[in-house]
Ligand binder design. Structure first.
Ligand code: ADP
Ligand code: MG
Length: 687
């Protein structure tokens, strides 16, 4: 890479063109010139080292503030030069910058960096020399609207310092909006600027002033062309005939398991094997071209070196799509990459589309398709699961059988040489059987394309993602504060939030979130909650979890409490969470629900939490919840705590798409993640 860092002076010059407030400066090469500059500008001034090798000037003793006289300027010059030489004898010293000293103010950072997947990103937060320590920053992917800039400012923890805190006057938020807008424009219009920090920029009651600028440019930067994509026709996922190339009779071979899992396919199934005339009870063909009828999908399990030849034959046969299960391609390095490129070129020449290689392929339970070698096929259902990890698919499928969860599609993306995440998301987005989409993502290459596609799909179906790689370990070190504060994981989170994707951190959480959003009403209209329970302990825990995950438990107005006093025992807690007490019968719940339904404008979500006891069966509470649901437009979330004794009630709720949880922490956590997506709710437990 040919990146270079501009000097502070060059940085100031660039920023000034965008009407950004920077101090007047002069570059000097001697103490005498420094003294002169100081007199000309008017004291006090600040003097700083200029050296391409000294990135963080303060660390090198390269910044002296409050220089109030000619004499002080002379002394500062020598001190800075000597300090820099001692700090790094190899550093090339270009001189010293003398600049006007800005008034003290609130020190903020505005930065930018170029993300490998999502492009230019802008960050904003608390600045100064302790930015990394405070880590109070937020980010947005460009382009950015005025509205988003305003949100961004309000989002940092230190926002009260801008708005006015404990008697201090508010600062110039309007000018800050204008400044961030111009910084974003500067970043977008200068293609060669790849990364920058304006740290600090000081914000005043009126106006602001940047007092440092670190801009990294790359003059050889290539504009990445938007990849040309050819959409995959939907019918490619609805094959009437499938050929398994490398089908085997030997149960220790992959070609055996794949063939075995496809035996349930109701369409035509053709084993291809050049040594046998019959495989697992079906007539086998020596090559795909020998099959006397059209083949809609080829599943390939032969060793990597044979794949180019097999794809050539598939092309000649006119097969529209092939799943390459075989590994040993791009993931193996240079040689494998060359082989993969060759396969892709051959496929392209024939117009054959490729799933994989190095994948499990696809499972479409409603159509009896399973090209994988998982040991047992999943049940049909309405969740689509698209995964970048094959092992996770195996795990999830196994687990889904025990949990009675079904799938519309399970897709293993593999190396994504041709079809990629975007194609699959688009497909399941249109697939009628799919009601919710879960993604397991390690890395996305075309981030902008991803956002475009997923934003559209998320409007009609919930999209939930687990993103691997949040740990700092292994992430490249960075020269700028912005680089180290806004790593790629944070950018993914922002991309997901912006495109309507719910982020979860566990597989269980993903399926619970899918369940939470499977209801036709999907999102609650806000974060205000009421909690109705017969368990005092869980009422207290509810308050804890709600706070941890950003759910707001509202106060009940006295009039509502009065209404409830009419039928509740005298010593009920008269507050929210509403504790109906351990002896609460079906009737008590029913009446409470009626009051809450009448006042549905006071809340957005009702959490109903019960435990197994003798006066209330799970069936009774489920019946009342269903009645409550019919009376209100708001979202209801049930948590029937306990073991299998609660299953009848849970099943009744599930049947009517009312989310039903078995573990209270999950109830609130999953709701918190939904609220984060919808309302950008921040909460300590959502990090
Ligand atoms: P570094 O390379 O260490 O980030 P800076 O140029 O940001 O060096 O200077 C360090 C600190 O000195 C700033 O955070 C700011 O508080 C103060 N400072 C720098 N320039 C000025 C200036 N022109 N006016 C007032 N304070 C300044
Ligand atoms: Mg600085």
């Amino acid at each position: 890479m040919t990146q270079k860092m501009l000097s502070e002076a060059e940085g100031y010059d660039m920023l000034r063109k965008y009407d950004l407030p920077v101090p007047e400066y002069q570059i000097v090469k001697s103490g005498e010139d420094a003294a002169h500059a100081c007199e000309r500008m008017g004291c006090p001034v600040v003097m700083k080292i200029i050296s391409p090798q000294i990135v963080h000037k303060s660390d090198a003793g390269g910044v002296i503030v409050g220089i109030g006289s000619r004499k002080a300027a002379l002394g500062a010059f020598t001190k800075i030069i000597d300090g820099a030489k001692a700090y790094d004898p190899e550093a090339h010293i270009e001189g010293v910058i003398v600049e006007q000293q800005a008034e003290p103010g609130l020190e903020l950072i505005i930065g930018g960096r170029t993300d490998a997947a999502f492009g230019k990103v802008i960050t904003f937060g608390m600045g100064g020399t302790m930015v990394e320590l405070m880590k109070d920053v937020t980010l947005r992917i460009l382009p950015i609207t005025d509205e988003e800039i305003r949100q961004m400012i309000k989002e940092i923890n230190a926002y009260p310092l801008i708005a006015g805190y404990r008697g201090s006057k508010p600062r110039d938020e309007e000018d800050l909006v204008r400044i961030i807008t111009n910084v974003a424009r500067f970043f977008e219009e200068n293609g060669h600027v790849v990364e920058f920090d304006i740290n600090p920029i000081r914000l005043y009651e009126k106006g602001a002033c940047a007092v440092d600028a670190r801009i990294i440019v790359d003059d050889d930067i290539k504009v990445v062309e938007k990849p040309v994509r050819t959409p995959v026709p939907m019918e490619y996922f609805n094959p009437r005939s499938i050929a398994v190339i490398g089908a085997s009779q030997d149960s220790s071979k992959m070609g055996y398991a794949v063939m075995h899992n496809l035996l349930h396919f109701p369409g035509q199934l053709y084993p291809v094997n050049n040594k046998r005339s019959e495989i697992q009870g079906l007539k086998a063909y020596p090559t795909i071209t020998a099959i006397p009828a059209p083949v809609d999908l080829a599943v390939i399990t032969v060793p990597a070196i044979h794949v180019p030849g097999v794809i050539e034959e598939c092309g000649a046969k006119g097969v529209p799509m092939a799943v390459i299960i075989t590994a040993g391609f791009k993931e193996m390095g240079e040689g494998g990459k060359a082989l993969e490129d060759r396969v892709l070129a051959i496929a392209k020449g024939h117009g054959t589309r490729i799933i994989g290689p190095n994948c499990l392929g696809v499972i479409i339970p409603p159509k009896g398709i399973d090209t994988t070698y998982v040991h047992q096929s999943p049940k049909p259902g309405n969740i689509a699961f698209i995964s970048q990890s094959g092992a996770i698919i195996n795990t999830v499928v196994d687990w889904s059988l025990a949990k009675n969860i079904g799938f519309s599609n399970v897709i293993s993306v593999g190396n994504q040489s041709d079809l990629d995440f975007l194609d699959y998301i688009r497909y399941v987005g249109k697939d009628e059987k799919t009601k919710a989409i879960i993604l397991y993502i390690e890395q996305i290459t075309d981030g902008k394309g991803f956002m475009e596609v997923v934003s559209e799909v998320a409007k009609v179906k919930p999209v939930i993602a687990i993103k691997a790689g949040s740990s700092r370990r292994g992430q490249a070190a960075s020269a700028s504060h912005t680089g180290s504060l806004s790593g790629s994981y944070e950018v993914y989170m922002e991309a997901f939030r912006k495109s309507g994707v719910i982020v979860v951190h566990t597989l269980t959480g993903a399926f619970l979130a899918a369940q939470m959003l499977a209801h036709p009403k999907r999102y609650p209209k806000g974060k205000r909650a009421v909690v109705i329970t017969n368990a005092g302990g869980f009422a207290v825990l509810s308050s804890d979890y709600a706070e941890r995950y950003g759910v707001e438990i509202v106060d009940l107005p006295a009039s509502v409490v009065d209404e409830m006093n009419e039928f509740l025992p005298e010593f009920w807690n008269k507050g929210n969470p509403i504790d109906l007490l351990g002896d609460a019968t079906e009737k008590r719940f029913e009446k409470t629900f009626e009051v809450l339904a009448r006042h549905e404008d006071l809340w957005d979500i009702a959490f109903i939490i019960t435990f197994p006891n003798l006066v209330l069966t799970s069936e009774q509470i489920a019946k009342q919840i269903l009645k409550f649901s019919a009376m209100t437009q708001n979202r209801l979330v049930a948590t029937l705590l306990g073991g299998d004794s609660m299953n009848i009630g849970r099943d009744m709720l599930k049947e009517h798409s009312i989310p039903s949880f078995e573990e209270l922490d999950y109830t609130y956590r999953v709701m918190g993640r939904v609220l984060w997506q919808k309302f950008r709710v921040k909460a300590p437990g959502l990090l």
